[in-house]
Design a protein around this ligand. Structure first.
Ligand code: HEC
Length: 102
């Protein structure tokens, strides 16, 4: 029991030292729109798809997977991850992605 209390006090002391440590700062790379999405057709994609993750999640997908792949990908973002998209906008974005990336 006594050993446990000592261990508890020691870990509390360690934790408070850790919390008092200076914050670490680091520079993130500038977020930029990939060239494949930097046009009028890409604009709705940029607006709808960049809030949760990098747009490179999209542009680094293998090419030529077909329209159904993009429809399913967008549906997954909406249904699983709750991307806030109206069904008509989701369809338009899926079609734009299929035209751009096959
Ligand atoms: C509400 C948050 C959110 C939004 C908005 C969002 N995504 Fe995602 N997306 C995610 C999450 C979470 C993952 C999975 C990350 C992981 O597994 O590392 C993901 C992963 C992906 C992937 C990688 C393959 C996969 O299926 O995991 C693609 C492609 C993708 N998103 C496309 C899109 C597109 C296109 C849009 C716009 C219609 C979009 N995302 C908008 C949350 C979002």
């Amino acid at each position: 029991m006594r050993k446990a209390s000592i261990a508890l006090i020691a870990s509390a002391a360690l934790l408070s030292t850790a919390l008092a440590a200076k914050p670490v700062t680091f520079a993130l790379p500038e977020e930029s729109v990939p060239v494949d999405l930097a046009d009028a057709e890409g604009e709705p994609v940029v607006n709808a798809c960049s809030t949760c993750h990098s747009l490179e999640y999209i542009t680094t997908q293998p090419r030529g997977k077909g329209a159904q792949f993009w429809k399913d990908s967008v549906a997954k973002m909406v249904n699983v991850y709750k991307a806030p998209l109206e069904p008509a906008d989701a369809d338009a974005i899926a079609s734009a992605l299929a035209r751009k990336f096959g």
